[in-house]
Design a protein. Structure first.
Length: 217
């Protein structure tokens, strides 16, 4: 199959990062269709590829799959060798639950701490709703690592779609909350953020964000 992934600006498009990271880490070949989300005609450009008018979208020959989680599910089915979900049923169920929670929740964190991949802007304080989101994420990461993380440094041991879903959260933490100790972290969440940012694919994404940012002036 031939893949084209329609994505937005790498510095700010958190939803674009998710399938991009999974595909790059899994070694799946694809080309990028880059949309400048600040362009006046960005919506029209996206609609030329995706009926939702949003990024990301995965173009698969004559088909389109839109929405980050839907793309990850499609790739997991199309490429079982990539092991994008844990093979053990209990771990897989929890990984899907964690990914779905990320997909549907944490609106205060998204609103008050938008992804700014390259920035370092520690927040002296956050509103209560954001703090509650951070505490929940820290607790969730700790639970996943405790129950299922013995086989590697990621949430379920080896890298999975759940890690792709939480990579932009790690970016938000690195930008705004470089220390998570005040939110109940025993060191597990901090180590996990560092693990994600050590991924070659995350490094590559950051390099792309720098190039785009420099080119935009």
């Amino acid at each position: 199959m031939t893949y084209r992934l329609v994505i937005g600006n790498k510095n700010t498009s958190s939803w674009s990062l998710r399938p991009w990271l999974a595909m790059r880490h899994a070694g799946l070949a694809f080309s990028e269709v880059n949309i400048n989300l600040r362009a006046a005609d960005a919506k029209a450009q996206i609609l030329a590829y995706s009926p939702s008018g949003r990024v990301p979208a995965l173009l698969v020959e004559d088909r389109v799959i839109w929405d980050s989680l839907a793309i990850l599910e499609f790739l997991a089915e199309a490429h079982p060798e990539a092991a994008l979900w844990p093979r053990a049923p209990d771990a897989r169920a929890q990984a899907r639950s964690a990914a779905a929670e990320m997909h549907a929740s944490f609106q205060p964190l998204r609103q008050h701490c938008p992804m700014d991949f390259l920035a370092r802007a520690p927040a002296p304080a956050v509103v209560d709703e954001v703090a509650a989101d951070v505490r929940r994420i820290v607790a969730l990461w700790r639970e996943c690592r405790r129950r299922f993380g013995t086989g590697g440094p990621f949430l379920f041991g080896p890298f999975s779609a759940a890690d792709a879903m939480y990579a932009p959260v790690a970016s938000r933490f690195r930008t705004y909350l470089p220390s998570l100790a005040a939110y109940g972290d025993d060191g597990t969440a901090q180590a996990y953020v560092e693990t994600l940012f050590a991924l070659p694919a995350m490094v590559e994404w950051g390099e792309g964000a720098r190039r785009q940012t420099a080119a935009s002036g």
